[in-house]
Design a protein around this ligand. Structure first.
Ligand SMILES: Cc1cc2nc3c(=O)[nH]c(=O)nc-3n(C[C@H](O)[C@H](O)[C@H](O)COP(=O)(O)OP(=O)(O)OC[C@H]3O[C@@H](n4cnc5c(N)ncnc54)[C@H](O)[C@@H]3O)c2cc1C
Length: 380
């Protein structure tokens, strides 16, 4: 089915992203995988190319187009290229909205120009060693000392954790406040007592730096409170829908792409004197996956359109997230099986997609938590 959500300007943007990937990302990607981190140069190149902050107002150096379809194009192309390590989506779609919607004018002037030109790389730190799905278990806390906060605690699994110059930290600011005792504090590179731990050794997405962060008596000025005091929970709930949609967008793009390359593979690979594609089992596998992808694509494109129009709710974003990422997991596994032993070799894109993609049902809210959100909306 022909997709109907994009206009010629989105197609032009897609061509720009593809040429950026060919020029600035793919030639270096294997090295970044070995290094466990991408270069800072590629962030600056992304800024120059207009791939950062396209939703940020032009007066701060952004693109001034809060149209989520540009984000969708970026996510789709990075997924097809097999380059999830350069986390532009995290920066643009997950952290960007906190800065554009919650920052004061003074904070915007301080942070947004660097956000857009690639000199200020961002991260968001919610998860702790003892609190992931259940954010009410957060122990990182900040004490009010008049003109500043004193922040103590630790976070883990933080994407861009090593590269980040600005980290939005979820911290307890009212000890017995439960979900309504949390605030967002912005910690900046170089603040005394802010330390990075290990760049964590993951099974996939090796070029993406994922790290532990430690805060020992970090003095965070009051000017670095983002949004409302004790308002973090509401801010997170507002912004998590876009995070979930972004992950779903990359999930369906991955499933479609892997199905495409596997379809080509089974046409060429022969067994028992004939191409694999002539066997009924293989044909049914491809037919089933193509059907599941097509049905999912229709729902996802509707979600993208709704979000571009400001009408996507948290429940439908959760449906998109768990469904598309579980589909990605199933399709990746079946496509790897159809590659036989070659599917297990890292030189084949399907092998890396298998390990890179496995995280998708976990971060941004697990499949189980997505179902909880949907169930709660239906059953109370
Ligand atoms: C590569 C990577 C990058 C990440 N990036 C970031 C980041 O940038 N910032 C950040 O803050 N975090 C990040 N995370 C953390 C991620 O969001 C959490 O790992 C995730 O939310 C799950 O939390 P957890 O690991 O503590 O698992 P747990 O919460 O301990 O869950 C373990 C299992 O129990 C299930 N479970 C939990 N509660 C329930 C329930 N009520 N009902 C049924 N099942 C339940 C879960 O679904 C899961 O299957 C990242 C993680 C990884 C691995």
């Amino acid at each position: 089915m022909k997709r109907q959500i994009f206009a010629p300007e989105h197609d032009a943007f897609r061509a720009t992203v593809r040429s950026f990937l060919d020029r600035e990302v793919l030639p270096y990607y294997d090295q970044w995988e070995k290094d466990g981190i991408v270069s800072r140069d590629v962030w600056r190149a992304a800024g120059k190319q207009g791939l950062l902050g396209f939703a940020v107002p032009e007066e701060y150096g952004g693109g001034g187009t809060p149209d989520f379809r540009y984000s969708a194009v970026l996510a789709e192309e990075f997924t097809r290229a097999g380059a999830p390590g350069l986390a532009l989506g995290l920066h643009n779609d997950i952290i960007g909205p906190y800065l554009t919607s919650l920052a004061t004018d003074e904070q915007k002037r301080r942070w947004l120009p660097g956000f857009c030109d690639g000199t200020l790389i961002t991260a968001i730190a919610m998860t702790e060693p003892g609190a992931g799905s259940d954010l009410q278990g957060i122990r990182t806390h900040a004490e009010d000392r008049g003109d500043h906060w004193v922040l103590n605690g630790s976070k883990t699994f933080i994407s861009n954790g090593i590269l980040a110059d600005l980290v939005v930290v979820v911290a307890k600011t009212t000890p017995d406040g439960g979900a309504h005792g949390l605030s967002l504090l912005v910690v900046e590179r170089g603040m005394d007592g802010f330390e990075r731990g290990r760049n964590l050794d993951k099974i996939g997405q090796k070029a993406q730096d994922t790290a532990e962060l430690f805060f020992h008596d970090v003095r965070v000025p009051k000017e670095n409170l983002l949004g409302e005091f004790n308002g973090a929970f509401v801010h997170l709930m507002t912004n998590l829908a876009q995070e979930r949609l972004s992950i779903a967008v990359s999930a369906i793009a991955a499933a479609e792409h892997l199905l495409e390359i596997t379809t080509e593979y089974v046409k060429e690979r022969e067994a028992f004197g004939r191409p694999l594609a002539t066997k009924q089992h293989i044909r049914f596998e491809i037919a089933e996956m193509a059907t599941e992808c097509a049905v999912t694509r229709a729902f996802l494109d509707r979600c993208i359109e709704d979000h571009a129009n400001g009408t996507l709710d948290a429940v439908h974003a959760s449906m998109a997230k768990w469904w598309a990422t579980e589909l990605q997991k199933r399709v990746t596994d079946r496509c790897l099986q159809l590659h036989g032993g070659y599917g297990y070799m890292t030189e084949y894109p399907i092998a890396r997609a298998f390990t890179d993609g496995r995280i998708q049902t976990i971060y941004g809210g697990t499949t189980e938590i997505m179902k909880e959100i949907i169930g709660r909306s239906l059953l109370g």
